[in-house]
Structure formats: structure tokens, C-alpha cells
Design a protein around this ligand. Structure first.
Ligand code: KG4
Length: 340
């Protein structure tokens, strides 16, 4: 009998449900929440309410697109954390109630592990090579910037991480500062494509080991723009593309510096990326180019699987289900420390 897993993701501002059959993706539905755009960032209370509105229609749509009846499901995988607690509560409560009413097990998933395993999402008719364990994953999103050694579908070790802002936060906050809107990453990515990345220089942090820091580069951009605007009020408008390209290059230089160091220290040559920022065109190009130069095999998930999605939760949950994991129904979500 096939294993049919329903995955549920609600850690931040995307309500998502996906169905996989024996590891192959049947459907992946994502309802993004535009309500936050007006505030320039995710408003937790509004996110929880939107999840509550979206969860049932999103799950119904995922089952219908997969052609699967609820009674055919083997298990339900859900994101337990980390994330916004109110958002996580909606997905967790729904998953537990659905599992209880269907008489099937549920399996909790660490959201980060979902991103780490994004390269393992198999789509019908799509040939996507998978990394071999152990591999390194540069996990870059709105909440995380980490270099992770992935030892198996169930085990990973964080080798380095940000000591302050996440790189996605740097994209988002700087976009806001430049008046470019939210979320900042996609806007900066698009404008940077038409700009000169070597035109402006921003301070890079000096952090020991494999850890990152992104708050200094954000401040460096803030002071730089403030000083230039004092001389020329049209500076921003006339230099938007070059500013975005130069700022983006600085962030990518920082990310790649530590990734190269981690690969050389560990001797690992299978390198994957994941998380929302891994959708960035310039980062993807740099990882690929660096891979060619250094003999790495590089794994870039399809863009639709870089930002939050339930397909990665279903895959991670399936591996846990196969390993015999079952989550008791008295489990609660966690905002910071992710549960196994
Ligand atoms: O993984 P994700 O959807 O949510 C979590 O943070 O868990 O990542 C969202 C982040 C935002 O900061 C957004 O600006 C960034 O990913 N992002 C990008 C791009 N697309 C999304 N950053 C740079 N370039 C992009 N193309």
C-alpha cells in the first residue's frame, strides 16, 4: 500500500498544504497573505487570523488536486516550529484534530529540516538529482542564516549561524529603508539585475568561525544613503539599481565566504541551498559558479520550493514516518526551539 502523507505548513505568513504519495509530490497549495504588505512586515496577529481563514480551503484544494480522499491518507505531517506561535497553533491544531478524526498518526516536523530537505521533493516527470549525505546546506530565509551539515533525513548539525539579523531580514529592512516595499528580497533581486554590483562598497563584518552577522551591513547602507541624500535629494531615485546590486553583492559575498570556508573545513562537496533567500538569482548564480570552480555538486531547489511550502514538510514528515516516529496528540507548537 502506498504511503500518502498530507503536509501542513503555517509557521509564518503562508498557509500551505501538500500531498505526497510514496515520496512523490501530488499537490502543493500555498495561500500567501497580502495583508502584511501595507505594514512592511509580518504582523503576527493578522497572520494567525489569515491562517484560520485559509487552512480548511487550502487543505481541501491540496487533497482535490492530488485526487486523494481524506480516508486514503496514511499520516499528517505538520510544522511544529520554529515560527510565530499563533501561526503554528493553527496548523498544529488542525493537523492533530484531522489525525484524531481520521484515526491516523501525525508527525511533527522541524520547519528548518523541511528547508534542508527541499532538494528531496520529487515531482512526477521531473528529473531532480539529490545530494548524498552528509551534505552542506546554506539555509537562508527571513528568520535564519545558517550553514548546516545534513547527516541524514533525520539528523543535522548547525555549523554556523547569524549572531544578529537573518539575511532575509537584511533584504527586507533595507528595501523598506530605500522605500522599495515588502518583501524586499524579490524587489532588490529584480532591481539589482539592472545595476552595477561594484559601484558602491559596504562594510563587511568580521565574525569568527562559521557564524554570520548582517546588522552592520544594514547600518552601513543606512548611513551611506543618509549622507548621500544630504548632498543630493535625488540620489536614491537615480541610483536605485546600482544600490540594490551593490548591497546584494555584499550580502552574497558574506554568505559565500563562510560557505566556502565550511566546505573546505569539512571536505564536503555536495552543497545545497534552501529558504526564501535561496530564490535570489545572483546567489544561485554564485553558488553554481563557485561549484564549477571548486568541484562541488550543487543542488538548487526549484524556486517554488525555496519559500515556505508544505511539500518540504510532507517530505520531511514522510522520512520521520518511515523511521517509526509518531507524535502524541498532546504536543504543542514551539516558537524558538524546534522540536524533533
Ligand atoms: O523561507 P521564507 O519564505 O520565510 C521564512 O523566513 O521562513 O523566506 C522569506 C524571505 C524574505 O526575507 C524574503 O525577502 C526573502 O525570503 N526572499 C528573497 C527572494 N525571495 C524571497 N530574498 C532575496 N532574493 C529573492 N529573490
Amino acid at each position: 500500500m502506498a504511503d500518502i502523507i498530507l503536509g501542513i505548513e503555517s509557521s509564518c505568513d503562508d498557509t500551505s498544504a501538500a500531498v505526497i504519495r510514496d515520496g512523490v509530490l501530488m499537490s502543493n497549495v500555498i495561500a500567501s497573505q497580502d495583508v502584511h504588505r501595507a505594514y512592511g512586515g509580518v504582523v503576527p496577529e493578522l497572520a494567525s487570523r489569515a491562517h484560520e481563514l485559509n487552512i480548511v480551503p487550502v487543505v481541501s484544494e491540496a487533497l482535490s488536486r492530488a485526487g486523494v480522499k481524506p480516508s486514503e491518507l496514511t499520516a499528517i505531517a505538520f510544522t511544529r516550529g520554529p515560527g510565530l506561535l499563533g501561526s503554528l497553533l493553527v496548523g498544529t491544531s488542525f493537523a492533530k484534530a484531522a489525525a484524531l478524526s481520521l484515526g491516523i498518526p501525525c508527525v511533527m516536523v522541524n520547519h528548518l529540516q523541511g528547508h534542508l530537505l527541499a532538494s528531496f521533493i520529487k515531482e512526477q516527470g521531473v528529473d531532480s538529482p539529490q545530494p548524498e549525505f552528509p551534505y552542506l546546506c546554506l539555509l537562508v530565509s527571513g528568520g535564519n542564516s545558517q550553514i548546516v551539515r545534513v547527516d541524514s533525513p533525520l539528523e543535522f548539525t548547525i555549523l554556523g549561524q547569524t549572531i544578529d539579523d537573518a539575511v532575509g531580514e537584511a533584504f527586507d529592512k533595507c528595501s523598506k529603508m530605500l522605500g522599495l516595499g515588502y518583501p524586499g528580497g524579490p524587489v532588490i533581486d529584480r532591481l539589482a539585475a539592472g545595476g552595477d554590483p561594484s559601484r558602491f562598497k559596504f562594510a563587511k563584518p568580521s565574525v569568527p568561525g562559521l557564524d554570520y552577522s548582517f546588522s552592520g551591513v544594514k547600518t552601513s547602507l543606512l548611513y551611506f544613503v543618509r549622507d548621500r541624500l544630504a548632498e543630493d535629494p535625488a540620489f536614491l531615485e537615480n541610483n536605485k539599481e546600482d544600490l540594490c546590486a551593490s548591497f546584494q553583492k555584499t550580502l552574497i559575498d558574506i554568505l559565500m565566504g563562510k560557505l566556502v570556508k565550511a566546505a573546505s573545513q569539512t571536505g564536503i562537496k555536495d552543497i545545497a541551498i534552501g529558504g526564501g533567500v535561496s530564490a535570489n538569482s545572483a546567489l544561485r548564480a554564485r553558488v553554481t559558479a563557485e561549484g564549477v570552480k571548486r568541484g562541488w555538486r550543487t543542488f538548487l531547489p526549484a524556486r517554488k520550493f525555496t519559500t515556505d511550502n508544505a511539500a518540504m514538510i510532507a517530505v520531511a514528515g514522510w522520512y520521520r514516518y518511515l523511521a517509526g516516529e509518531r507524535t502524541p496528540l498532546d504536543i504543542a507548537p514551539v516558537s524558538r526551539v524546534a522540536g524533533r
